[in-house]
Design a protein. Structure first.
Length: 219
């Protein structure tokens, strides 16, 4: 046997001996770590499965409530209960919006606005949905609230780069018309008509108000 072979054999025996010592000393720790990894992966998979099931359950409840909301008065009452009971992160705020819309359709404006305001105030809700809740609340209040109160709700939207500006201007127009502030209403009509991106429906309604305003603003 050459010296090189002898050294390799000795080196191998030393490594095996060191490994055995390490295994005796830390083998249980290694096994425990392996078990923790396995348990952790299994736990994560279980959590993912639970999340999916929760989402499916909340989705089923949401769409069932949506269908009920189009039915009889009794169905609508049940729909309100179901919307209120949904607490899933993804569907709960959509449920609150549907609940508010149903309440508004039933003439329960105080409750509807309260539901919209709750969505708008929820920091965990997406910003577009929060903005929509503010717009819907203002629409619900336009026939009863004072113009200053309406303006406080929507004035932040009335900027050139805000996608909600068209609805905000229409709300301000309706509020001014109801308050018989025809000059303010006319100003909103002009703002709506001057914006090339105004949706056709909003533009058409503004034209109607513009015609009604002609004899009222001295044109």
């Amino acid at each position: 046997m050459s010296d090189e072979s002898l050294f390799r054999e000795v080196d191998e025996e030393v490594r095996q001996e060191q490994f055995q010592k390490l295994w005796k000393q830390y083998g249980n720790v290694f096994i425990a770590l392996c078990l923790l990894v396995v348990v952790g992966v299994a736990g994560f998979k279980g959590w993912q499965y639970w999340q999916v099931k929760q989402s499916q359950s909340a989705g089923d409840a949401f769409f069932k409530a949506v269908a009920l909301a189009a039915g009889t008065d009794a169905d609508k009452a049940e729909a309100l209960q179901q919307f209120t009971s949904i607490d899933h992160t993804g569907f709960s705020q959509l449920a609150r919006m549907r609940e508010a819309a149903l309440l508004a359709a039933q003439g329960k404006l105080v409750e509807a606005v309260s539901a919209y305001d709750a969505v708008a105030a929820n920091a965990s809700t997406s910003q577009p949905l929060r903005d929509l809740a503010r717009i819907r609340a203002a629409y619900a209040l336009v026939d009863s609230a004072k113009p200053d109160a309406i303006a406080a709700r929507v004035k932040d939207f009335d900027t050139l780069d805000n996608p909600w500006r068209h609805m905000a201007r229409e709300i301000l127009l309706l509020s001014a018309w109801r308050a018989q502030d025809y000059a303010a209403a006319d100003a909103q009509v002009k703002a709506i008509m001057a914006d090339a991106e105004t949706p056709q429906g909003v533009r058409q309604r503004a034209l109607t108000f513009g015609d009604l305003l002609v004899p009222l603003v001295g044109k």
